[in-house]
Design a protein around this ligand. Structure first.
Ligand SMILES: [Zn+2]
Ligand SMILES: [Zn+2]
Length: 264
């Protein structure tokens, strides 16, 4: 197989299609079988989170183009993983695992470094969770993430096709674990053997710091197991989501959320 065994335009289209199809599918299912039965104002909640996500596209679209250009250029100068004698498929698997490991580290840093937490706390200030919460990130978190991961991906020898493939696999997982779908506990236990399950990620959105500083995994749950940050609580009946004082309804406004990290 050649380096171009992944067709980049096809992967790009698949990635967009999966994001939208997953979003619509989980939105419908969580409406029919919700875990939080008292969730109100779904449309208003979605409108706010989608507005934040829409703004992020202004960063993600040009950064995707720049990333493609830079990775293509750097791979000719430094092959990274390409130095190892691996088939393209094995190389893609190694790079995808490394990207997911970086996502784990990055997420953990967002909880440990005060400056990063200012921006990441916008994601955690969501007073409830549904599939639209998976796209709710402050634009500065996206911008810093893009700036830090570019040199790492260049070092790995990743190509844009690896990033697109990762996005294709990771997006349905984060949509699923943010969704408000009620799934049987046995199924959740099964899911969490491989991915961060909805019960795991709900605990990650607890108001309690001792609980929200856990379960950092994005696509795979293995990193939380390896690095001791896995937390499981099967009974989430008394779980409160969000952040004390930051999840009040009067603070759930687009401009208030965008400006909040700069005001603390
Ligand atoms: Zn977090
Ligand atoms: Zn989350």
């Amino acid at each position: 197989m050649s380096e171009s065994f992944f067709s980049i335009p096809d992967l790009r289209i698949c990635s967009y299609a999966i994001t939208i199809a997953g979003g619509v599918m989980f939105w419908i299912i969580e409406g029919l079988y919700p875990w939080f039965s008292l969730q109100k104002h779904r449309a208003l909640h979605a409108k706010l989170n989608l507005s934040i996500a829409g703004l992020n596209l202004l960063i993600l679209l040009p950064s995707g183009i720049l990333m493609a250009f830079m990775l293509n250029w750097s791979r000719n100068a430094w092959p990274g993983i390409g130095m190892l004698v691996l088939s393209p498929v094995a190389k893609a698997i190694v790079i995808i695992l490394l990207i997911d490991l970086w996502m784990y580290v990055w997420h953990r840093l967002n909880h440990q470094i005060a400056l990063l937490w200012r921006f990441h706390s916008v994601h955690h200030s969501d007073p409830t969770l549904d599939v639209t919460s998976s796209w709710r990130f402050h634009y500065m978190e996206i911008l810093i993430s893009e700036l830090l991961r570019l040199p790492l991906f260049m070092l790995m020898g990743a190509g844009i096709e690896h990033l697109l493939l990762y996005s294709l696999l990771m997006t349905p997982v984060i949509e699923f674990h943010h969704s408000n779908i009620s799934i049987p506990p046995a199924l959740d236990r099964l899911a969490r053997l491989i991915i961060p399950s909805p019960m795991m990620h709900r605990l990650h959105h607890s108001t309690l710091r001792s609980e929200h500083d856990s379960n950092y995994g994005t696509m795979l749950s293995v990193w939380d197991r390896l690095f001791g940050s896995l937390m499981i609580r099967d009974n989430l009946d008394n779980l409160r989501l969000g952040l004390d004082h930051e999840s009040d309804p009067n603070k759930q406004q687009l401009f208030a959320l965008l400006l909040r990290p700069f005001r603390q």
